[in-house]
Design a protein around this ligand. Structure first.
Ligand code: GLY
Length: 376
């Protein structure tokens, strides 16, 4: 496994340096995906994925420090700086913590800490105490069906708040994060620990108004990336709080995923566990990478036997993602690291393409597994 990890990180470094170079004359742009002709599609800082490529560069720099990786990591991190003041969506956690959060963890640059603080203040403006959640999406024509939509993905933004609660000695942030996690645990999950994608709340009573999906196959299906966000979110919340119900939730979600009859042998999920065309449905490498990173962390919080079970699945996922089927040859795949993710199947957008968040969580998983092996 060690050799696979080192070779994959080396390949990822080559790809990411090529990606950074390709955007040197477009200083406001960040990598998003590729189009049907295989050309790079970029986004501005305000799209939810903007922080992932800077985060990839920081992880790769941490793995193998070089001046070029550091310069590019700093350069791409600064491209998302304006998002610290974003209050019109919940994605500020993804955008700022993957970029500035990793940058601060690795360099200790005090300017980055201020950005993280501002981002946390921005995010908590979206918390409604009657409901007990941070609102995910604002009103728009496509979201008009929901009074107060909260998506399972939102669990990921809580890491920013837990970090800030500690760093700035301010329990307002952790209060919001924990209340959101508790409300989500109560309302987002079915009896089998699969989760709905969107729960909407009544803004007056705070009661659940609707249980729907946006990116999954159907309201009652288990959208693969949603299951991954939930698994990662509760694992992270247990690390941050030591609160046992979060650990139990993470283990229950993990067991749902790894014991699911529709999880393929190579452990990379179909884009939805209930996709009607399984076994011919498309896989989602992004969901596989997020699950893999979360399972590696969760394995460290369980009994030896359970930990082994989770690590075993994570190792299979890493081996699959590091195979030629998923790992791109440098210079191909628009300079993204992984192939074969699914962004939004119901909209037929970003289907079977590279995505910057698949790359981010894959690199994180490689780094986490490397640490686990070094400890053994
Ligand atoms: N947070 C949006 C997604 O997972 O596609």
């Amino acid at each position: 496994m060690s050799l696979i990890i080192d070779q994959s990180l080396e390949r990822a470094t080559q790809q990411s340096l090529l990606m950074a170079e390709s955007l040197k004359d477009q200083p406001d742009k960040l990598p998003q995906t590729i189009d049907k002709e295989g050309r790079l599609v970029t986004c501005n800082s305000d799209w939810w994925v903007s922080g992932f490529f800077p985060g990839v560069l920081w992880y790769l720099y941490e793995n193998s420090p070089s001046d070029s990786l550091k310069q590019w990591a700093e350069n791409f991190t600064l491209r998302v700086e304006d998002q610290q003041y974003t209050t019109d969506n919940h994605d500020v956690g993804f955008m700022i913590f993957c970029s500035f959060g990793n940058g601060y963890r690795i360099t200790g640059n005090p300017a980055y800490k201020d950005v993280i603080h501002n981002a946390s203040k921005s995010l908590i403006t979206r918390f409604n105490p009657t409901i007990g959640c941070i609102r995910s999406w604002d009103y728009a024509s496509w979201s008009a069906q929901w009074q107060y939509p909260v998506i399972i993905d939102n669990m990921m933004n809580l890491e920013l708040l837990e970090w800030s609660a500690r760093a700035f000695n301010d329990t307002t942030f952790s209060h919001v994060a924990r209340t959101h996690a508790n409300t989500t645990m109560k309302n987002h999950f079915r009896d089998d620990y699969s989760s709905y994608h969107v729960i909407s709340y009544d803004t007056i009573t705070g009661a659940v108004e609707k249980k729907n999906t946006s990116q999954g196959y159907s309201d009652n299906s288990a959208w693969a990336r949603g299951q991954a966000w939930g698994l990662y979110g509760y694992t992270m919340m247990y690390r941050e709080t030591g609160n046992r119900p979060y650990l139990e939730q993470a283990k229950n979600i993990a067991d749902y995923i790894i014991n699911h009859p529709n999880l393929p042998e190579d452990k990379i999920p179909y884009w939805d566990f209930n996709a009607p065309d399984i076994p011919n449905a498309l896989r989602d490498a992004s969901a596989g990478a997020i699950m893999c990173s979360a399972l590696i962390e969760l394995s460290g919080y369980c009994s030896a036997e359970k930990g082994e079970e989770y690590l075993d699945v994570a190792e299979k996922q890493l081996r699959t993602l590091s195979s030629d089927e998923y790992l791109a040859v440098p210079g191909t795949n628009g300079n993204f690291i992984l192939k074969h993710s699914v962004g939004h199947m119901p909209n037929r957008s970003e289907v079977d393409v590279p995505l910057s968040y698949a790359d981010y969580y894959y690199i994180e998983a490689l780094m986490r597994m490397k640490k686990v092996i070094a400890r053994e």
